[in-house]
Design a binder for this molecule. Structure first.
Ligand code: 5GP
Ligand code: MG
Length: 180
């Protein structure tokens, strides 16, 4: 697997350090209303990021899972996202933090945020590990961002290509000949 990576963009050490920093930022913002916080990891991409992030958070929380498919086995962009598994908990009146791997065009998180806002949470914020800056509409702002990256297709640390490479510890760019 490691031999399939052309170059590492963000190393596991850089990720670990930034995840701790993000947790500090999140803890500061929710200092007064962490009680009843619901974390919504968007599966499957945020699996590893969210697992690391929430273990750095110093307060109690609940988790409500949501699975979105953008139907992209490959690297194509612009597919219409769909809710594959709906939220596993009621969020009305709760503080809600959505956690995802990457904000690219914003199609996916746009759908998620509109959908969750309709359920009348007390507050609704978004945390992404990666952002391809300037691609999502200005109205869709991430409250917490791990790294701004260049507009390249990345894998690892939860991010996949054809559902592979999610377990790669670093975030990197695949060797071009591996893209079908
Ligand atoms: P958006 O809907 O914002 O265009 O893209 C969000 C979703 O597309 C992400 O949750 C992720 O599943 C996928 N995606 C976007 N850019 C990348 C990328 O560079 N690498 C991988 N592996 N997935 C991406
Ligand atoms: Mg995703």
């Amino acid at each position: 697997m490691q031999g399939d990576i052309d170059r590492v963009l963000i190393s596991r050490e850089q990720i670990a350090q930034r995840v701790r920093g993000l947790a500090d930022e999140i803890a500061a913002v929710y200092a007064d209303d962490a009680a009843g916080l619901v974390i919504v990891p968007i599966l499957a991409g945020s699996l590893i990021f969210c697992a690391d992030l929430i273990r750095c958070l110093p307060f109690k929380m609940r988790i409500a899972l949501m699975t979105i498919s953008s139907y992209r086995d490959k690297t194509t962009v612009g597919a219409t996202p769909q809710v594959v598994h709906d939220l596993t908990a009621d969020i009305r009146g709760r503080h809600v933090l959505v956690v995802d791997d990457i904000l690219d065009t914003g199609n996916t998180l746009g759908l998620v945020m509109r959908d969750l806002a309709r359920r009348q949470p007390a507050s609704l914020r978004m945390c992404v590990l990666l952002r391809k800056k300037g691609k999502a509409p200005p109205s869709l702002k991430a409250d917490f961002v791990g790294f701004d990256i260049e507009d390249v297709f990345v894998v690892g640390y939860g991010l996949d290509y054809d559902n592979h490479y999610r377990n790669a510890p670093d975030i990197g760019v695949l060797r071009p000949e591996l893209y079908a």
